[in-house]
Each structure stands twice: as C-alpha cells, then as structure tokens.
Design a binder for this molecule. Sequence first.
Ligand SMILES: [Zn+2]
Length: 347
Amino acid sequence: MVAFDNVIGHNINKVFLTKEIEENRIPNSFIFYGENGVGKHIMAIELAKILNCEDKDRPCNRCFNCKAINSKEHPDIVEIDPQVNLKQNGESVKFREVIDKLIENSVYRPSVGKKKIIIIDDAAFLSVPAMNNLLKIVEEPPDYMHVFLITQNINRILPTIQSRSQLLKFNALKEEEMREILKKNNIDIDEIILSLSNGSMGNYLYLKNIHFEKFLKMLNIIMDTVLNARDMATILNASTKVSQKLSKKGRENYLELKEFFSFISNVLNLILVQGKLYDCFESFYHTVFALAKNNDIKNDINSRIKMVGKAKEVIDTSLKAVNSYVNIELILLEFIRQFGGSFRGIL
Ligand SMILES: [Zn+2]
C-alpha cells in the first residue's frame, strides 16, 4: 500500500502517483509546478520516501530510508535550492558544478537506498547552462535515478526538460485544507490572514510572521496620503516613509514590495468584492468611499468590481516597474499618485 497521508489536498496528483507506483512505472523526471507554499516540496519528499521505503505500507516513517530522508541525511537523496545558493555566492555558475558532479556520480547505483533522487527547489532559478547539463540526466536516466524539479514558474524550465518530464500541476489549497494543515501543525488560525492567503500556506506564514502588521501600516500611510495630499512634497514624503518600512536588503526589497502589492490586491478583493469588512481595514474602507464621493456605490457590487478593476490596473503598472527594478521610492510615488483615481468618478 502506498499513501500520501502527509500531503493535504492535491488528490488528483496523489491518485496519479499512487497508480504509477503500484504499476511500477513511475517516471524518472517530474516537474511539480504551481503556486508557492501549497505542498509541492512535501509531495517530493513523500514520493522520495515511498520510492525508498523498505516496508510494505509506504512510507512507513520508521525504516532507515524513511528516517534518513525525514532528517535530510539520506546519502542518495540530494536536495538543492538554487535561490539559497544564489544568495550565498552571488553566482549561479556554482549550480552547474553541483549538477556536473551529480551527473558524474549518476553512474553509481544508490549507496543505501533503492533510488537516487535529486530534488531541485526552485528550479526556475537554475541558469540555462545548468539546465542544459541537467537535461543529460533527464534524457537518459539510469533506472535508479529520479529528478524532481519544483517550480512556481513552469515557463522558465527549458522546453526540452519539460517534454521529457512528467508535469504535475499543484493548485491553491481549499480553505478547509488550509485549516487542516494549520491545525495539524498547531498554528493559530487567523481568519483575516487566512482570507488573504489565496490558498497558500507559504503566503499564510509570510503574512502571519510580521508582514501583515507591516503591510497594513504601509497601506494606511498610502490611503491617508491618497485622501489628503494635495502637493508633491507630501506624496514624496509618504513614499519615503513607506519605502523605509521595507527590509532594506537590495533585491529582497523588491520581492517584499511585490508581496505588498499582491497584499493590496487581496485586500481589495476581500473588502470590495467579497464584502468582508474586518475592523483592521475600516480606515481603508472609509477612504475608498470618501474618494468615491458617492455612498450609493457601497451597495452596488458592479461599481465596486469596477473600482477593483481600475485599482488592479494601477497595481499591475507598479508591478511592471518592480520587475524592472525601477527606484522603489519612485514606484511608490507613482502608485500613490494614481491609486486614488481608481475610486473616483465611478458610476
Ligand atoms: Zn520506510
């Protein structure tokens, strides 16, 4: 028997994998793709255990192989994260070397387990030369070798690797699945954060650990300025204040700003489309309708959806600037100048 009990949700993928394993034709190369923090990595680990477990009911979590994989000490399972290494060394070339070494070693059978497995998370961060080298294993893998690539962005994986791999898409988690995971891990359920997480545990934890409070403060500064500021000096001052709340570590700042814009987008959905009004967003809500200068809009879902659409266009423009690494204060300045317009003159 094979079971993916540790993975919550993703039933279609579980059924598919179980069938492949039971019929003993599990593909050598997989690409697990989809939203961040929904269970791709844990699926890869569970699959690695199942393929190596010595018990009849797999994974048993008691045999040598299962235990060693759980504690990340298994000699035949290699987990690499190009992003982490990129940050440490500032060079993606390193990965080519790591992968070259893995290819070199792939001629040797597993040392203690049944299968050798390489897990790469997030594979989209591999350099093209590294991916080209990886292709060598993916093209003609020894039967004891598996490669599991994990990524949020399938388009950044070489088409030649994609075509030789089994693709498995991971969708956002359902609300009840999120609750089940939170409960299982003894994490407090915060209803507001749950509503803003888009079915991703990754997003939930990101917001729960400091970012929610921080983003809320940043949003309130912006809304205040949007409502009251008449002059550029005040707007500039606000954009400086907001940018100072970011973590101030080079490119991480841009990642955080991206998350902030997606937070605003989720808040818009929650408050204006779903109509859920939490106390912490009261000032946001009032500002939006003060800008609209028409109270009837509050009860008109079509106008509210129109507002959200306009606001998302402003957010999209800012996201493009984030992706091009435009100066952060300038991005915020433009955002504050444009954002208020989304709520004015609707009807
Ligand atoms: Zn086992």
